[in-house]
Design a protein around this ligand. Structure first.
Ligand SMILES: Cc1cc2nc3c(=O)[nH]c(=O)nc-3n(C[C@H](O)[C@H](O)[C@H](O)COP(=O)(O)O)c2cc1C
Length: 315
């Protein structure tokens, strides 16, 4: 089912050269994942749908009442002009907008205020509220809409947008209290760690990725899934930890399973120490099936337990 109750492509200027500068071919899942990693936010379903339907563009003249002028899309190359990843850095680093979410929408002020998806307040279906941040007024924040679909619907119907001050009650988290960013990486030979990693990732709203995917963006917590093979962690896990940048990884949280041994914690810590990344003392470990021993492990109860564990770490 579509998040939008109208044809979103109608919002966009498809003719002018200026409009074309902000529009790209539909993004691949890989491009979306790249952008999510870059920004450190998981894109809400509505924004993914919008990008896949119309990947960025300028609002058409038919909507001249609209304060919103541009919605950013994802360019094939990360540094692409007028594309989300590039603009995100610009607004955060050059203009000193607060990093509270995705600056998806430019306005008639051309940067002096911006529309953000505010990830401090996200609905159960993964949709952040929309706010407008006024850079000219000390980054004052105003509540605009409860989600992207509602916001764009109001523009489509030329409705007056009734902004409200963003009160503490509506949005209780301050910038300092913003949620931790996390990533999940795993190494698996027979699939057990992958299943645990997926349970961790689902619980905290990120993606579980194999350790062949490097960590290129800053995270507070890196959940690292691994196991014992012939009394040791796999050399690939060792190399992965060695490759980590301590400026990007706040700490490592170890999780995994094994057939006989209890925990890979010390082995992983020995590598983490070498690169100066702290290990959280808490870890998750359970039995893992191997050659008919511990059949079905990790089982449903383990999946539940590891999900609870991950949530607790993120509290
Ligand atoms: C080649 C191999 C060697 C293993 N060696 C050990 C071991 O020395 N000690 C142990 O406790 N478990 C050992 N196991 C069991 C694994 O740690 C256990 O099955 C784990 O759940 C595997 O996770 P994975 O499916 O993500 O690879 C071994 C498994 C394999 C496949």
């Amino acid at each position: 089912m579509s998040a939008f109750d109208f044809d979103v492509t109608e919002l966009f200027d498809k003719e002018s050269d200026w409009g074309k500068k902000f529009h790209f071919d539909p993004p691949t899942d890989e491009m979306i994942r790249r952008a999510e990693e870059k920004l450190g936010y998981r894109f809400p379903p509505s924004y993914v749908e919008l990008l896949k339907t119309w990947n960025g563009g300028v609002i058409a003249d038919d909507y001249e009442e609209s304060w919103l002028t541009t919605i950013y899309g994802i360019a094939p190359e990360q540094g692409g002009y007028g594309a989300l990843e590039n603009m995100f850095e610009n607004w955060r680093d050059e203009w000193e907008y607060p990093d509270v979410g995705i600056p998806f929408g430019e306005t008639q002020s051309a940067g002096h205020d911006m529309y953000y998806m505010d990830f401090r307040t996200v609905s159960e279906d993964g949709e952040p509220i929309i706010i407008r941040i006024d850079n000219e007024f000390d980054n004052e924040e105003r509540f605009v809409a409860k989600n992207l679909a509602e916001f764009l619907g109001m523009i489509y119907r030329n409705e007056k947008i009734d902004e409200k001050p963003l009160s503490k009650e509506e949005n209780p988290l301050t910038k300092e209290e913003r949620p931790m960013k996390a990533a999940v990486r795993y190494y698996t030979k027979t699939g057990n760690t992958k299943r645990l990693a997926e349970a961790v990732a689902n619980a905290i709203g990120v993606e579980a990725l194999p350790i062949t995917t490097p960590v290129t963006e800053a995270v507070d917590v890196l959940f690292l899934g691994n196991s014992y093979y012939a009394f040791n962690i796999d050399p690939e896990v060792r190399d992965f930890v060695k490759s980590l940048d301590k400026d990007l990884v706040g700490k490592i949280v170890n999780f995994g399973s094994a057939a006989m041994l209890n925990s890979t914690y010390k082995k992983v810590k020995a590598e983490a120490d070498k690169v100066g990344i702290p290990m959280d003392e808490r870890e998750f470990h359970c039995k893992g099936e191997f050659k008919g021993i511990h059949k079905g492990k990790p089982d449903e109860a383990d999946m539940k337990a590891v999900a609870e564990f991950a949530k607790k770490i993120m509290d």
